[in-house]
Design a protein around this ligand. Structure first.
Ligand code: ZN
Length: 407
């Protein structure tokens, strides 16, 4: 497997460290795709056949598609898995009516082992860290990455150190603690926590933030799994919430793979939805700017996407351009309302995830998508991650109880 800078860049091999940004230009690194030589038909049969295996790696909804993952280990026993992936696609009822489309389905990535889509990337990145002999892993997080990393690190026998901003949903802090992570509470938002973590990380610490290319590689599988669940019939639009944008970058990479391998013959349009108070990418997209201008003090009730300086904006923009996609923002009232509607379908999600549905409604109202187009909403986090409304009635009161300096 080969590592490269995601930007046109003269970086030498010494400047490329897989768990950090490019030392020459600051862009995230990426793995050069190595695609299998099997036909689309053979791959589909192989992946489908593994569903009936009793081998844990075969039953994982990530490792089942391992032909698309970097070659980390030959031994299936070395794979660090806790049964990630295999999340359902559910037909929207109240949600479809609310958005004004005839055919809307929800793929709920919040039904992963630690309750968020992060598990699909973390299983690959922690397996990689273990293969390299890492003893300590670290991340900055709005909470979901912390919970996921803590679980997989525990499974692999590593020490996990998580850097959390002060306002994080209490349930996510409790998860990280339960899996035995060391918590460092720092700064007012994710961006502060990331800066502190990167400045303090010693060279032996393996960093598992979303810039880690092995996490992006693992996250590709939720799109492949979705396509398989749809019988390889490509939907018209896939809508997802946007915070750090690693999820959007992964969607783009997955669709590149699927097209190159002949698994699909056209790409769905990707629509990423940010919160109005944390919308640097939506603003960049709307203005046509070449570069992202961070939002210095991101504010939204949706803590999972309260990020002002998303790391993966370059690859995210590439994914939108490749698919004819778009980026928009929605306000907190629309996010809260969309979550109530999702609840009426008996599904539920954390607040940030509901931005996807709120965005579909806006895109339908604006005519960007038609009533007859087939829409998939990706929900990224479980309802129990953030059961409060974000208006001070639930999460905030609990969060303050944890808001010490360092613990
Ligand atoms: Zn570079």
């Amino acid at each position: 497997m080969q590592l490269q800078c995601s930007e046109p860049c003269e970086a030498s091999n010494q400047e490329l460290r897989e768990d950090r940004v490019c030392a020459n230009c600051g862009a995230p690194l990426e793995l050069v795709p190595e695609r299998p030589s099997l036909s689309a038909e053979a791959l589909r049969a192989l992946w489908s056949g593994r569903r009936s295996s009793i081998e844990p790696a075969d039953r994982s909804g990530v490792w089942r598609f391992r032909e698309l993952l970097p070659a980390i280990t030959e031994r299936l026993a070395d794979i660090v898995t806790i049964g990630e992936g295999n999340t359902p696609v559910l037909r929207g009822m109240a949600t479809a009516k609310y958005a004004g489309v005839a055919d809307l389905s929800i793929k709920h990535l919040g039904w992963n082992p630690t309750g968020s889509f992060k598990d699909t990337g973390m299983t690959v990145a922690v397996t990689r860290a273990a293969a390299r002999g890492a003893k300590v892993v670290a991340c900055a997080s709005t909470g979901n990455t912390a919970a996921s990393m803590a679980a997989y690190a525990a499974r692999a026998g590593m020490k996990a150190r998580v850097f959390l901003p002060r306002a994080v949903a209490a349930a996510k802090v409790a998860q990280a603690e339960a899996y035995g992570a060391e918590l460092v509470r720092v700064g007012d938002n994710f961006d502060d926590a990331l800066t502190e973590m990167l400045e303090g990380a010693d060279p032996t610490t393996y960093v598992l933030n979303s810039l880690n290319p092995f996490r992006v590689a693992g996250q590709k599988t939720f799109i492949i799994e979705l396509l398989e669940q749809l019988g390889w019939q490509v939907p018209d639009v896939i809508a997802l919430p946007g915070g750090n944008l690693g999820n959007l970058a992964a969607c783009g990479a997955a669709l590149d793979d699927a097209m190159a391998l002949g698994l699909i013959t056209r790409r769905p349009r990707l629509a990423v939805i940010q919160a109005e108070g944390a919308n640097p990418f939506a603003r960049m997209w709307k203005s046509g700017a070449e570069r992202l201008t961070p939002v210095s003090n991101p504010t939204t009730i949706a803590s999972a996407i309260r990020i002002g300086a998303p790391v993966s904006w370059r690859n995210a923009a590439r994914a939108l351009r490749a698919t004819g996609g778009t980026a928009i923002d929605v306000n907190d009232e629309a996010i809260a309302e969309a979550r109530r509607v999702i609840g009426r379908d008996g599904i539920g999600c954390e607040l940030g995830s509901a931005a996807a549905l709120a965005g579909v409604k806006v895109l339908r109202d604006s005519g960007w998508l038609s009533e007859q187009e087939r829409v998939i909403c990706l929900l990224t986090g479980h309802l129990l991650k953030e059961p409060g409304t974000g208006d001070g009635s639930g999460n905030h009161a609990e969060s303050h109880a944890h808001a010490g300096a360092r613990c």
